[in-house]
Write a protein that binds this ligand. Structure first.
Ligand SMILES: [Zn+2]
Length: 442
């Protein structure tokens, strides 16, 4: 049996996820993501419009594909599991190095195509669209299946690769949400069926493996938002919400609650435009009746000039305190609007724990506090499975080999200790890998 796995990136850090799996003479790449902090630092430092793949690799902003240089001509497919940039964002820079198509769900494809258009990058690779819960036959020995699962962006899939040696499964990222507010529940029947068939190896998300209990459903986040938007006496002023632009389910909840408040809803900012238009293009949602979307500075200025505060709900970019985001500009008085003590701001997110984000958010909040605006923090639930979710998932899938991914050693070790506690597989079959390492399946 010759299945070899190279854990290219995302094993020593959160970000720049990439795993390559060699099945006999065919290589499949799962994810090709950015390390956001390093990416922003390197693109800012170089002050260039088009950054080169080599520069990004040197800055650890993208996976180091030299780790699979002897496999380059064997790569048959690149499969991003979902649209988040730490999983798909390096494709525009690196995919050209491989002579093969990219295959992903329609929302992921729409986001990728938008990025390519915005950044004026031409990919020679075809982008193939495969819907959730369907198959793609690569050759007589390998078949790809997309299993629907929940996460914090639409059309996230668990990828199952059917081989003569069993199934290779890639579940990075996911949560088990039985009450999603957009899209379907995870396809448990299929996961069980694959477990019964025999999963030779599972490569899986360990981001929240150290968190005890179960990750709350997205329905809980909607209830948290409802509690504030409909119950916290916000009527005297403007209501502003900021959240992840790619979190279409969250945006849908905000729109539904904004309508209940009888407020006009405005989405302001470029990245909101990017993801919302992609979601509308593939019929995930349709906000056009209910939301006015302004992407660019001049449109936003015009909109804010005539804004009736008590009749408006703004959804803006800048949840991590990013300098230059719409929220940052308003707070610093760089747009035609100022906040005061009658206004309210909801952070429907958490701070992604990097040094830059912490500093940016602290600086932004210091400015915001001077305006007197009410601030509601952490109105959010995670998109990653916690310990008890991972337990349920492992019990369904029952892999013969396990590779915890997406996190530092501590996070990945939490998956290992859980699998050992469950007596699911022998310790030698649980592989704690570093970036750029390889192993062969026994
Ligand atoms: Zn994700």
């Amino acid at each position: 049996m010759t299945i070899e796995i190279c854990t290219v990136g995302g094993y020593d850090e959160i970000g720049r996820n990439m795993t390559a799996v060699k099945i006999d003479d065919d290589v499949i790449i799962f994810d090709m993501g950015l390390h956001m902090e390093n990416y922003i630092a390197s693109t800012e430092r170089e002050d260039v419009v088009k950054v080169s793949a080599d520069l990004l690799m040197e800055s650890n902003a993208v996976p180091d594909i030299s780790k699979i240089k002897d496999w380059m001509d064997k790569v048959r497919l690149i499969i991003p599991s979902h649209a988040h940039l730490d999983h798909a964002g390096a494709i525009p820079y690196l995919a050209n190095k491989f002579n093969c198509p990219v295959i992903c769900t329609p929302f992921t494809a729409a986001v990728l195509e938008t990025i390519l258009r915005d950044e004026k990058i031409r990919l020679k690779n075809k982008i193939l669209r495969l819907t959730t819960n369907s198959h793609y036959t690569l050759n007589k020995d390998i078949r790809i299946e997309f299993v629907s699962v929940t996460h914090s962006t639409p059309h996230t899939v668990i990828v199952a690769v059917h081989t003569r040696y069993g199934v290779i499964m890639y579940s990075n990222d996911f949560k088990l949400d039985n009450f999603p507010t957009l899209g379907k529940k995870p396809n448990y029947e299929k996961l069980k069926e694959l477990g019964d068939k025999g999963v030779a190896c599972l490569i899986t998300d360990s981001t929240n493996a150290g968190k005890l209990g179960k990750t709350p459903s997205e329905a809980t986040a909607k209830q948290m938002l409802k509690d504030i938007l409909l119950g916290a006496n916000l009527e005297k002023g403007l209501v502003v919400v900021t959240t992840f632009a790619s979190h279409i389910a969250r945006l849908k909840s905000i729109v539904e609650l904004g309508k209940e408040l009888n407020r006009k809803i405005y989405f302001l900012g470029r990245s909101l435009g990017k993801y919302v238009i992609a979601a509308q293009d593939v019929q995930v949602v349709d906000f056009r009746q209910d939301v006015k979307l302004d992407r660019y500075q001049r449109q936003i200025e015009k909109r804010l000039q005539k804004l009736q505060k008590t009749k408006s709900l703004l959804v803006v970019t800048g949840h991590q305190g990013e300098p230059g985001s719409v929220l940052d500009k308003i707070a610093r008085g760089n747009l035609n609007l100022s906040f005061n003590e009658n206004d309210s701001l909801i952070f429907s997110c958490k701070v992604i724990p990097t040094e830059t984000n912490r500093k940016n958010r602290e600086a932004l909040e210091a400015v915001l506090r001077k305006t007197g605006i009410r601030i509601f923090h952490d109105v959010h639930v995670s998109g990653h499975a916690a310990r008890e979710d991972i337990r349920d998932f492992l019990a369904l899938v029952r892999p013969r080999n396990l590779v915890p991914a997406h996190g530092d050693l501590e996070k990945r070790s939490s998956v290992k200790s859980l699998a050992l506690e469950m007596r699911l597989l022998p310790e030698k079959n649980i592989h704690l890998m570093n970036d750029g390492q390889r192993f062969r399946l026994a």
